[in-house]
Design a protein around this ligand. Structure first.
Ligand code: ZN
Length: 503
């Protein structure tokens, strides 16, 4: 048994190391690589993806996993080896269903589609990217065809990123979320919005970066095991558990844009840094799901970073950093300004209340693309129609609409959008549980201390990596199944108070 475990760990480590090498090539592509490197980078990543796929589907790995799975099956759910073996087996069983030529083509196409998206954004013209998106949809559907046992073509993509979820379950969850959100949005958008013009003055990049770095250092982001750089679409990536990278994107004329990204990505980064070291080099060295990962990012970005308590500590420092720009602005005005609720064009800039409506639109469009009900040729128009109908927004350019973010242009479709909404829902549920366990957290935050919150998250979420499914993790950490109730309650309490209305 010991020899088998040692062999398994070596094999998994190799797969993980190649994954880490791909991650650093992609990180470089998204941050520093000159345009001229695109073709060779696509080739390099595709070559590594082919090697990883070979290791991932090696018959010897399959044998080892079958033998070990039988031996660990009766161990308790908390057993680390059991977790590693079962997750690796799940990856193996899925990996062998996908032909190598598909893996290579997907990888090469992903790189090309990303470049096309960058070009299309520059030209503000969806037609530049449309053929690439068309191909992405074809590849996504082809991937689904390898798993005919799933009912909806998006189901395998959803299950890959959110184990246990299906298109149908998400439709139900989103219908409930939407029904609760729409009246709240109506009420808040009917109020006169608080002044927020001072957030759009000129805030020099270097000062913004220094401020953001100070915040995330205090949050507990470990710079000995991570770093922050810049990319057009902020994101986080893990090279290994000792090397977790995040990026941000500073807008000198929008104070909260870069800061939100920094806080958000630090949440992803701290999750990775908090995973138990024994899981490094195994398939458990990631979060439980994209939704749970997103919950950790949204928690620090919004439940902490847009709270009165956080700014009680940080506002004097912000005012010192930008005395000219924020002269005469009070703490109360700042808190109201950074929590303005308005129907906006771009999801990433949306407030906490309207944000999920963007996700629901995007999810519906994505499902329609996956089933073939909607073609990529008609997508730009369908997008505009939904924004008009659901958010009352007109006159969208391609850059503000169908090209607004990198999703759909950096991989397959069908597996990511729901994660954003699940993230918001779970963030509130986890935060609630943390407050119940440590009632001092708000007072600590107001004093610039984040260790109690970080500690609760590390103990209850981070350390487990991908050991438990999202449903199991929610139950363990909060004692309840996933529910939209804490999120809606949080919105009602916070925005009712900020706007002085009953919600
Ligand atoms: Zn995120």
């Amino acid at each position: 048994m010991e020899a088998k475990v040692a062999e398994l760990r070596t094999r998994l480590q190799d797969i993980s190391d190649i994954g880490g090498a791909i991650s650093i090539l992609r990180w470089d592509q998204y941050s520093y690589m000159p345009k001229g490197g695109a073709a060779s980078r696509a080739r390099q990543v595709a070559a590594l993806a082919r090697i990883a796929h070979g290791l991932q589907t090696a018959p010897r790995l399959g044998e080892l996993l079958s033998e070990l799975a039988a031996e660990v099956a009766t161990r308790p759910a908390e057993d680390e080896l059991r977790g590693i073996v079962l997750e690796a087996k799940r990856d193996y069983d899925r990996g062998v269903r996908v032909p190598e030529r598909f893996v290579v083509e997907r990888s090469a196409h992903t790189a090309a589609a990303y470049e096309a998206w960058c070009g299309a954004r520059e030209a503000n013209d969806y037609r530049v990217a449309e053929p690439f998106l068309h191909r992405s949809v074809e590849l996504s559907r082809e991937y689904s065809s390898f798993f005919p046992e799933f009912k909806h073509p998006a189901d395998i993509h959803i299950d890959d990123s959110e184990p246990g979820m299906t298109a149908e379950l998400l439709r139900t969850l989103f219908a409930e979320l939407r029904a609760q959100l729409v009246p709240i949005v109506e009420t808040l958008c009917a109020c006169a919005p608080p002044a927020d013009d001072f957030l759009f003055r000129h805030f020099p990049s270097a000062d913004q970066v220094a401020f953001g770095l100070d915040v995330i250092r205090r949050f507990g982001f470990d710079f000995d095991r991570g770093r922050q750089d810049f990319s057009p679409h902020p994101y986080s990536t893990t090279i290994s558990l000792g090397d977790v990278r995040i990026t941000t994107n500073i807008n000198e004329h929008d104070l909260m844009d870069g800061l939100s990204s920094t806080l958000h990505e630090s949440g992803h980064g701290m999750y990775q840094q908090g995973i138990r070291p024994v899981f490094d080099g195994t398939p458990l060295s990631y979060g439980a799901s994209t939704g749970v990962h997103e919950s950790q990012a949204r928690l620090w970005e919004n439940l902490v970073g847009r709270s009165r308590e956080f700014w009680t500590y940080y506002f004097p420092k912000l005012a010192d950093t930008f005395p000219g720009q924020l002269g005469g602005v009070s703490l109360e005005q700042l808190v109201r300004a950074i929590n303005v609720v308005r129907r906006s064009k771009v999801r990433t800039n949306a407030d906490e209340v309207t944000y999920n409506l963007h996700v629901v639109i995007r999810f519906d469009l994505e499902l329609a693309l996956m089933t073939g009900e909607l073609s990529t040729a008609d997508l730009a128009e369908a997008w505009r129609e939904r924004y008009r109908a659901d958010l009352g927004i007109t006159d969208l350019t391609d850059k503000e609409a169908v090209l607004q973010d990198v999703h759909w242009y950096d991989g397959l479709l069908g597996g990511s959008f729901h994660g954003y909404a699940i993230g918001n829902v779970l963030a509130a549920q986890f935060f609630d549980a943390a407050l119940a366990a440590c009632p001092d957290i708000p007072a600590e935050i107001a004093a610039g201390r984040f260790a109690a919150l970080h500690g609760w998250l590390r103990d209850n979420i981070y350390q487990h990596g991908k050991m438990f499914t999202p449903a199991e993790l929610a139950m363990r950490a909060t004692g309840k199944p996933m529910s939209v109730e804490p999120f809606i309650r949080y919105l009602r309490a916070k925005y009712g108070r900020l706007y002085g209305v009953a919600l």
